[in-house]
Design a protein around this ligand. Sequence first.
Ligand SMILES: [Zn+2]
Length: 315
Amino acid sequence: MSAFPVTRLRRLRRTGALRDLVRETTLSSDDLVMPLFVAPEALPNERLPALSRHTVEGTVRECEELLRAGVNAVILFGIPEEKDDEGSGAWIDDGIVQQALRALRPRFPELLLMTDVCLCEYTSHGHCGVIADGEVDNDATLELIARTAVSHVEAGADVVAPSDMMDGRVAAIRAELPQTPIVAYSVKYASAFYGPFRDAADSAPAFGDRRGYQMDPGNVREALRECEQDVTEGADMLMVKPALPYLDVLRAARDRFDLPLAAYNVSGEYAMIKAAAAAGDLDERAAVLESLTAIRRAGADVVFTYWAKDVASWL
Ligand SMILES: [Zn+2]
């Protein structure tokens, strides 16, 4: 191995064309998924525009703009008119997500329609499953999660993404939907970075927290067990959520599993850069492109991000 002065790593950094030529990790709008919130009434968010709620018609307009910008995949979250103990708004035939899917499917055959499958936006108590004896009942929840996934597919979803963190949910969905790709939120931490999402989705738990089913931030070996479990149950893609505070977990999952791997660049990550940019402390575009490149470099094939539309137009 030759050393300085023969070896000079700066030689390949001299011009933009050289840097472009040797870049190891790139970003493409093909790898991005845009989250959208569908509700009976629109609720614009000026500070965090991607966390605005859209009506069904508004969602159609958003999808038109996304496709024009070059984003070909969305994930839908629903905010129902009414909530109840079981979260029935999640699976009823005329639920808000089902309505949106029926409006979008014939309009945009080329758009990948993914749905978040969970109960927390639909339950009166805000937990991701049904409650028994003051706790989320794992096995009683599975049937409702599977029912929700089936109703999304019947309404036009291409891909379902269970985010509830119940044990056995992928198997429960797979038993009902042998042909549908499942993106499993395999590694979902009980994170402080979901704050702005909970306001947008109106899904904050009314009592307690989600630490009894979401993962403890200190654990990475357990994250790999979660992935393993989802692979065994029939998942097609694994996900780590949040992204930036968990790049080591992404890397560990990448090294161990060959399935496509997604990362969810969550609302708190979005809000931090937005706030710093609004204060004049960071350049939003540069900070976002660097963050998303880091998430890809850590091992993510696919990035769910509130900047999907912006990034597609910047690229
Ligand atoms: Zn949930």
